[in-house]
Design a protein around this ligand. Structure first.
Ligand SMILES: [Zn+2]
Ligand SMILES: [Zn+2]
Ligand SMILES: [Zn+2]
Length: 126
């Protein structure tokens, strides 16, 4: 019998890409059809980040979550904000909001981590 080879990287990329909210390492581990060891998932996440396919968000609880990138190359160039819900703990990319800062001369922004916290539409509806 031929052994079915499962491409963890592709699976993780798909999970993140198909999700409306950012996923934590734990979420990914739970969602994978075949459980992987923690190290493998970390390695895959690092790789995907390096390739500009996903980005990391730290939520209000200090948990790392991962969301898909759109049109990033090796360098990430999105400056959108993230919303972290204090009720359901979901983290969402708000791609249409990109704040701009006027910094003093000599400062060059490379990365921006802005996470707003509050109540998401799903939680305010119920
Ligand atoms: Zn990116
Ligand atoms: Zn919520
Ligand atoms: Zn994002």
């Amino acid at each position: 019998m031929e052994k079915k080879r499962i491409n963890t990287k592709l699976q993780v990329q798909e999970l993140i890409g198909n999700s409306d909210v950012a996923l934590s390492h734990q979420d990914i581990n739970r969602m994978l059809e075949q459980s992987c060891d923690r190290v493998t998932i970390y390695r895959v996440l690092d790789k995907l980040m390096g390739e500009g396919l996903i980005h990391r968000i730290i939520d209000v609880d200090g948990v790392s979550k991962f969301a898909a990138c759109h049109g990033c190359t090796k360098e990430h160039h999105h400056h959108h904000v993230h919303f972290s819900c204090t009720v359901c703990h979901s983290v969402t990319c708000i791609e249409e909001v990109e704040p701009h800062f006027q910094l003093p001369e000599g400062y060059k922004i490379q990365e921006m981590n802005i996470t707003l916290s509050g109540i998401c539409p799903d939680c305010s509806a119920s």
